[in-house]
Design a protein around this ligand. Sequence first.
Ligand code: TYM
Length: 330
Amino acid sequence: MEKKTILSGVQATGNLTLGNYLGALNNWVEMQEEYNCYYMIADLHTLTIRNDPETLRKNTLELIALYVAAGLDPEKNTIFVQSHVPAHTQLSWVLNCYTYMGELNRMTQFKDKASKHADNINSGLFTYPVLMAADILLYNADLVPVGEDQRQHLEITRDIAERFNSIYGETFKIPDAYIGKIGARIMGLQNPTAKMSKSAPDPMDKILLTDTADDIRKKFKKAVTDSENCVRYDRESKPGVSNLMGIYGIIKNKTMEEIEEEFKGQGYGNFKTAVAEAVVERLEPIQEKYNKLIENPDKIKEIYEKGDKKANEKANNLIKEVYEKIGLIK
Ligand code: TYM
């Protein structure tokens, strides 16, 4: 049987968090054996905010190194740069003409980002989900592994694809979101009712994948909990402790019940130390591999050039089909 196809990506904004890792990358690594995987660096998506060009170049190369360091094997996966495959922007324009303003107006991420960048509400920010739909549909992806915050973007992707198919006949595969149960939404350590975010101003709120072991320990030690002093899973009334349990559970592959049992009768001190050590243990080998690879720009280039070529081959077939169906001449 032919392997199913996966596509996903991360924006090249730098400073990846533990949320990005547990919500996305960690699942990707698990999926690489079973699926035909395309993992891209979403560099075009980062243009909705103002970037320093040199920093964007640096972030892009660093993200490729991080993908590999996190465990993605460049031999088994197609790792590529979004802007190196022109079909993404080509399809994005076409799909823009099949997407309604009303649909885009409903996107909660747009509203959220627009309120954070009130001085730069550009039309790229508004049509961002359409480029994301193009990313996914170009590869006929069956599954898209993402965190919970991307669910709405997957829904609009399906709606756009269905609309196009109903006019022009079967063209796009209708993709499903793959959202891991626990890692889907890693919350901030200081504000556990909001997702852990790269852009959070408080450094204590987020664990960065590049944090030192000491920083990680310090941040978990200071993580907000509650006064019950009992390790018990309850997202509503104990968001801080439940978030830490989620993090520990994914890394140690344990259920919430098992974690409650493990820390029964113990205070939060021991528990927080155990969570911090689990994270340090997981991130250290990734950081080591990353530090080696980042010293070797030729190797990084070799990885993405190989991926770019494969991605272009696949995506060009689809864009040709789309152009033909809508009536653009050859
Ligand atoms: P981005 O770069 O914001 O985030 C990358 C991935 O990390 C997940 N994530 C989280 N998961 C759990 N807890 C958190 N606190 C957390 N924060 C982030 C996100 O859900 C995402 O899976 N638009 C996308 C990038 C993109 C894309 C695509 C993804 C562009 N094209 C096509 C899939 C398919 C984005 O901004 O993700």
